[in-house]
Design a protein around this ligand. Structure first.
Ligand code: FAD
Length: 302
């Protein structure tokens, strides 16, 4: 076995991780989410974030989920907030509501319009996420200063990209408006990330660019998602999932190993922060963390 096997490559410095969840749609999914949150809590993540449905469609559920994380767990919650589908004052009010619920971290996004032919954007909306970031910072001094603000970034061009120069200028504008960190869309080749970081640093972007690591074991679902967001699925990945359509257990093992191997390669290049798209599945995030050499915090004595 080569020196590069996972067993011999557990990172000496424990990486800092964050976990992303989506808000549950029903009682069964709710139970699954909370089981996931409780199982991941001992990994002591830097923060855990909760997504916001297209066009703000999960506003109430996102709010309930982040509020409960703030009140019932030791975790630091981050609330995703999108500009699409609501006037700007409503978006700012949602941020106020998060603040009142004890949330101090916003993942600020433009978002995507829902795929509903009757959907119409309201008057007075944010047309650019940089305006949301600036307003969050300026709105009320105590609120503006209190929030940590993360944003999205794209190592492979987003479908709306107007070219690298415009993308990097836009990311720089997010930083200048007050973003503290950018989390990348998922990718599978380490060089895609390293080349992006080089371009970003050359363009004056200094904030952490935290790699987003996908833990989606449903390869057909991943293909659809990749198509929507412009991420490449390399041939070797197609081959790894080939023949596993009816074998979810093996797909889980492959998924955790692919994620851990990617993290190891990123770690070899100096990366020590990872954001995991957990899809509310604790086993994949836990096994990936374990493969990275992370250990859960010991349970406190009762
Ligand atoms: P932006 O970065 O503002 O724009 C996307 C693309 O358009 C980029 O290529 C950008 O460079 C280009 N662009 C936009 N404006 C300009 C400009 N003025 N000049 C030049 N180029 C411009 N979606 C949800 O609905 N809910 C979520 O909770 C959610 N969470 C996410 C979390 C992460 C970490 C990531 C990576 C994505 C998430 N998304 C979420 C998806 C996201 O909403 C979509 O990718 C959306 O299409 C873009 O939102 P954004 O804030 O990244 O947009």
């Amino acid at each position: 076995m080569s020196d590069l096997s996972v067993a011999t490559r557990q990172t000496e410095d424990t990486p800092s991780v964050s976990f992303e969840f989506f808000p549950p749609k029903n009682e069964k999914m709710n139970d699954k989410l909370w089981e996931c949150v409780k199982r991941l809590e001992p990994m002591s993540p830097h923060f855990v974030s909760v997504t916001y449905g297209a066009g703000g469609s999960t506003r109430t559920r996102t709010h309930e989920t982040v509020s409960r994380i703030a009140s019932d767990t030791s975790l630091t919650p981050a609330a995703h907030l999108t500009c699409v589908g609501a006037p700007s004052d409503e978006v700012i009010q949602t941020a106020e509501d998060y603040y009142e619920a004890g949330v101090r971290h916003i993942v600020a996004l433009r978002g995507d319009a829902p795929q509903d032919k009757d959907f119409e954007e309201p008057e007075g909306r944010y047309t650019c996420v940089t305006d949301l970031i600036s307003d969050l910072r300026a709105h009320r001094p105590e609120l503006g200063k209190a929030f940590e603000i993360s944003v999205a970034c794209y190592p492979e061009p987003h479908p709306d990209s107007r070219g690298w120069e415009a993308d990097l200028a836009h990311l720089k504008a997010k930083q200048d408006a007050g973003a503290d960190r950018a989390i990348t869309q998922f990718f599978f080749e380490p060089d895609v990330y390293f080349e992006f970081v080089d371009k970003a640093r050359a363009a004056g972007i200094t904030i952490p660019l935290v790699p987003g690591i996908m833990l989606q074991p449903n390869f057909n679902g991943l293909k659809k998602f990749a198509k929507m967001c412009g991420a490449d699925l390399p041939d070797w990945l197609h081959k790894l999932y080939d023949g596993l359509d009816d074998d979810p257990d093996t797909r889980d093992l492959v998924t955790a190993n692919v994620a851990a191997e990617l993290c190891h390669k990123l770690s070899d290049g100096g990366v020590n922060q990872f954001h995991f798209y957990t899809l509310n599945k604790a086993n994949l995030a836990l096994s990936t963390c374990h493969l990275l050499g992370m250990k859960p915090a010991p349970a406190e004595a009762a």
